[in-house]
Write a protein that binds this ligand. Structure first.
Ligand code: ARG
Length: 462
């Protein structure tokens, strides 16, 4: 018979049994469920709701189940619907009637909210840890490339010269915002809902703070209706994960481009590339593509979760069971993506030559010619036009700006003198962009130093 079978006169239809059962996925929560139940039982014993001997028996029984589940000595039962009822049933099978006292003063509604929060607290930490590994990989590669000049792009058209380190450090900033989002989300996840009952608390003299403390929560939830129906923290995590995937995906897109024959800025390590079943020459950036591809499923879950919640009357509704497959998939996807991305990035081979050549083409120093004229007293708008004409001329001639003669420069403006060539060398163009946040090697080196300190703080805070 079902744990809730008292008021029923018929067996559940087989189709319904299968349809509403969640054990096939919520078994993932078993260790959190047992930890929560142990804390609950201890509190019931301490407050005298059950005797302390009964509490001890329950706790021992639960510890035994935990050990047996860990070693695969016991199987979960599909008919027992979900992980909560499975464990309660196992407990009663093992320790008899006293096991039936465990569920005093609680409901599966506050129980599942508790399990999910415990799970999420752990996964938030793991995700944050994996993010740090990616940050470390970025800093590691950036440090070696502070003077590696490459073209910077807008509209995927060559724009101005930058360095590879500068480009990489842009991603450091994105991942740091991601880290902060996870940290922030953790605060709102870190409250214990046990004691909210089904929706309206309980009549028993329970001690909610004792349970929260044993389980390592920073506090307890307020309103009981909100406590059992709140899934905001899952939406927040998924939104943070969606942005992490967005950043990974953009990075992957660039890695794919850079690894192409056309760019050939980088070469991926063999361990992080794959071959083709027909074309013997191929080395494909599958890992980067797959991360880019997996981004979509995380976005999908974000919309799925929001939609699941938006029409729900208070308090608990079974719709909320749909949160689990979504959040488990989000967690697995983002963690696996971060895990494989870090070493893929750390092992790339950088072609300084190709990047340098790239920076020399495409008139990336045109702005610097205009700035030169401005420094000699011309208004920027006039300088822009003069250099536009110069570029047009150079295009016709099939030359770049350093290959034009001084006489040609002077035909366009008498302000040009011999020092123009020094002023527009690619190295000078990068070196002089010495503004805070700019690509000048000194500024990027300082940004890298700061990033290392940020990584240490991140590590301390998780
Ligand atoms: N398996 C359920 C879930 O994941 C547990 C809570 C069930 N509560 C209920 N009243 N049916 O949401």
């Amino acid at each position: 018979m079902k744990l809730w079978g008292g008021r029923f006169t018929k067996e559940t239809d087989k189709l319904v049994e299968d349809f509403h059962s969640s054990i096939s996925f919520d078994h993932k929560l078993y260790q959190y469920d047992i930890r929560g139940s142990i804390a609950h039982a201890r509190m019931l014993g301490k407050t005298g709701v059950i005797s302390s001997e009964e509490a001890d028996e329950i706790i021992k029984g639960l510890q035994g189940i935990s050990a047996d589940l860990e070693t695969g000595k016991v199987e979960l039962n599909v008919q027992a619907e979900d992980i909560h009822m499975n464990i309660e049933q196992l407990l009663t099978q093992r320790i008899g009637d006293v096991g039936k006292k465990l569920h005093t003063g609680r409901s599966r509604n506050d129980q599942v909210a508790l399990d999910t929060r415990l799970y999420m607290k752990n996964e938030l930490k793991e995700t944050a840890y994996l993010l740090i590994e990616v940050q470390k990989a970025i800093v590691e590669v950036a440090e070696k490339n502070v003077r590696t000049i490459m073209p910077g792009y807008t509209h995927l058209q060559k724009a101005q010269p930058i360095t590879f380190a500068h480009h990489l450090m842009a991603y450091f900033e994105m991942f740091q915002r991601d880290w902060e989002r996870l940290y922030d989300c953790y605060k709102r996840t870190d409250v214990c809902p046990l004691g909210a009952g089904a929706l309206a608390g309980t009549t028993f003299p329970i001690d909610r703070n004792m349970v929260a403390e044993e389980l390592g929560f920073a506090g307890i939830t307020g309103n009981s209706l909100d406590a059992v129906s709140d899934r905001d923290y899952l939406v927040e995590y998924t939104a943070a994960a969606a942005l992490i995937m967005t950043h990974l995906s953009r990075f992957c897109e660039e890695i794919i481009l850079w690894a192409s024959h056309e760019f050939a800025f980088i070469d991926l390590d063999d361990a992080y590339s794959t071959g083709s079943s027909i074309m013997p020459q191929k080395k494909n950036p599958d890992v980067a593509e797959l991360i880019r591809g997996k981004t979509g499923r995380v976005y999908g879950h974000l919309v799925g979760l929001l939609t699941m919640i938006k029409g729900l009357p208070l308090a608990y509704n079974k719709d909320l069971q749909e949160d689990k497959e979504a959040i488990f998939d989000v967690v697995d996807t983002v963690k696996k993506s971060l895990l494989v991305f870090a070493p893929m990035l750390a092992t790339i081979k950088v072609s300084e030559n190709r990047m340098y050549q790239g920076a020399q083409g495409g008139f990336t120093n045109a702005t610097d010619v205009a700035d030169y004229l401005v420094n000699k007293g011309m208004g920027f708008r006039d300088a822009h036009r003069v250099v536009g004409e110069l570029v047009l001329w150079a295009i016709k001639e099939g030359r770049n700006l350093t290959e034009m003669t001084l006489e040609e420069y002077q035909e366009l403006s008498s302000l040009f003198t011999e020092d123009i060539f020094q002023a527009i060398s690619i190295e000078a163009c990068v070196e002089r962009r010495d503004v805070h946040g700019g690509p000048a090697p000194g500024k990027v080196a300082a940004a890298i130093d700061l990033a290392k300190k940020v990584i240490e703080t991140n590590k301390r805070d998780i």
